[in-house]
Design a protein around this ligand. Structure first.
Ligand code: DC
Length: 227
């Protein structure tokens, strides 16, 4: 029996990555962080000094790049052209430029094609912004994760503190709001809830509760498919 496909979408900081990783682990599925793919292309664009407004050049770069995600449970890694960029794609330069790069149609075409290939055999948890709406509209389970901005800023501050970076929570909150605005108002594949997605508000949930909720829904679908 073909394993199912799970699409997890939602804004930055809603808890998609950590949740998707654990859901994949519990089900024995592969985790695909599509945001990491946009980040890897953005890193290469910055390194090559291509202005993000040069959309044709950026699209051509995406076409000639090879992105590979290694979905290990302990330390998932991201490679571009064979180079490990797992940590570098999280830098603030990349974070600032990624909204512009990910709004380029040519870039999205290349990455969406790759993402569909990764999902073709089933048994995957893809997380991003447009998985349930554009990349895999036929995914068996679609989750739209949300959380209020204050909570998302608090979580981000905690994450950065672990990495030894101290930032003002208010600044983080306005950065998050600005990224939400750009991701949801862009012309190409804006962040949008699929009509058949289940909304999961994680503001007052623990990571374990989020994971449990999704795994339960997935198991219900898997059971139905079997019977
Ligand atoms: O999830 P993240 O913060 O790592 O995503 C980085 C950026 O990539 C974010 O600004 C939105 C964009 N993105 C996208 O446009 N489509 C996706 N499927 C995933 C991410």
């Amino acid at each position: 029996m073909r394993k199912i496909v799970i699409a997890i979408d939602g804004p930055a900081g809603a808890g998609k990555s950590s949740t998707a990783k654990l859901v994949a682990r519990k089900l024995g599925y592969t985790h695909v962080d599509t945001g990491a793919m946009y980040r890897a292309i953005t890193l290469k664009v910055l390194e090559e000094g291509i202005p993000v407004i040069a959309t044709e050049k950026v699209s051509a770069l995406a076409q000639r790049s090879e992105i590979r995600l290694e979905s290990s449970h302990t330390s998932p890694r991201v490679f571009i052209d064979g180079r490990d960029v797992t940590h570098r794609i999280r830098s603030s330069d990349v974070t600032k430029a990624v909204s512009s790069v990910s709004s380029i149609q040519g870039v999205r075409e290349v990455l969406v094609r790759e993402q569909r290939k990764m999902a073709a055999k089933g048994g995957v948890v893809l997380e991003g912004r447009d998985i349930g709406t554009v990349v895999l509209p036929d995914a068996e389970l679609k989750i739209f994760m949300v959380a209020n901005v204050a909570e998302r800023a608090r979580r981000r501050k905690k994450e950065l503190a672990v990495a030894g970076v101290d930032v003002d929570e208010k600044n983080l909150a306005s950065e998050i709001e600005e990224r939400d605005r750009r991701d949801s108002t862009r012309d190409t594949s804006p962040l949008k809830q699929a009509r058949d997605a289940i909304v999961l508000d994680t503001s007052n949930l623990t990571l374990n509760e989020q994971v449990f909720f999704i795994v339960e829904r997935a198991n219900e679908i898997i059971k139905k498919k079997k019977s």
